[in-house]
Design a protein around this ligand. Sequence first.
Ligand SMILES: Nc1ncnc2c1ncn2[C@@H]1O[C@H](COP(=O)(O)OP(=O)(O)OP(=O)(O)O)[C@@H](O)[C@H]1O
Length: 305
Amino acid sequence: MGTVFAGKEIEFSYNQKKPVLNRLSLSIGEKQIFGLLGPNGAGKSTLTKVMLGLDKPRGGTIQWFNERLNASTNKRVGYVPQDLALMYDLSAYDNVMFFGKLYGLKGEKLKKQIQFALEFVGLWEERAQKPKKFSGGMKRRLNIACGIVHNPDVIILDEPTVGVDPQSRNRILDAILELNQLGTTVVYISHYMEEVEKICTHVGIIDKGRLLCQGELGDIIEEFTDEAVIRLELQKKKAHYAQQLKSFTVLDAEEPYIHLSVPKHDVHFISRIKEAFGDDVKSFQYVSPNLEQVFFKLTQKNLRD
Ligand SMILES: Nc1ncnc2c1ncn2[C@@H]1O[C@H](COP(=O)(O)OP(=O)(O)OP(=O)(O)O)[C@@H](O)[C@H]1O
């Protein structure tokens, strides 16, 4: 599989003092759904702007499709910004047309692409309406239609599900998966770990302008977690088991559950639990290592902090 984006040693700062992107290298492969994660202020939006050529890096190199960034590579990349970029007095149709023209589409091709984009996000029936009457989810979907009207090879979506109802959220996630199945590479910036785990094939985590890890989702979880979590439910309250719990690492307890940390591939934990608590075990659940743990391990922050 080819590489669609390769950034090497990218350096960027808004003022001379503090680097916002610090020799950051990132590579994104063809047909991936690449989840870009990082705490607030990590540099995600800045990186996106630099990737799109909207901000010029102080150092490093940027290549799209094995070429230096240029007008023709730019046309192959779509961008759906976090802030809605809509014209509220124009119809949904005319909004998408505006962006289509911006990318040089015209005539029948333009019409065909507008219909494709609006149908894709489920707004074709509402094409004559103005977005000021739309719900938050519909506005986001229209924003996406504007970003995909020119049928880009890559689409960068910055937090596309913020502030939308669950139905629109699912619709957006399904649309992204479908777009990917049609061959589009997706760069997905999100604060929602469940969404990233659900749709992304690859992830990159950045903090303080540095790339902390990148790779295939399953490999990253395997590489950067040592512990699994057991959710234990016992007959009595936690205080009753103070002695037995001494031989375990207790993460937290929210009655009636106690969360224990166990080494990831420890095959003896079931017998250890049985030995310690016997018939007092009402239930227990093995929670597989997940991306949230990776994020916390690498950044010492929760994603939503
Ligand atoms: N226009 C600007 N001028 C000066 N500093 C800026 C500007 N935009 C962002 N910054 C700073 O650059 C750093 C990275 O910000 P950026 O918006 O890229 O982070 P982010 O990871 O996208 O954050 P969030 O998740 O909150 O959107 C922050 O310290 C921010 O304050």
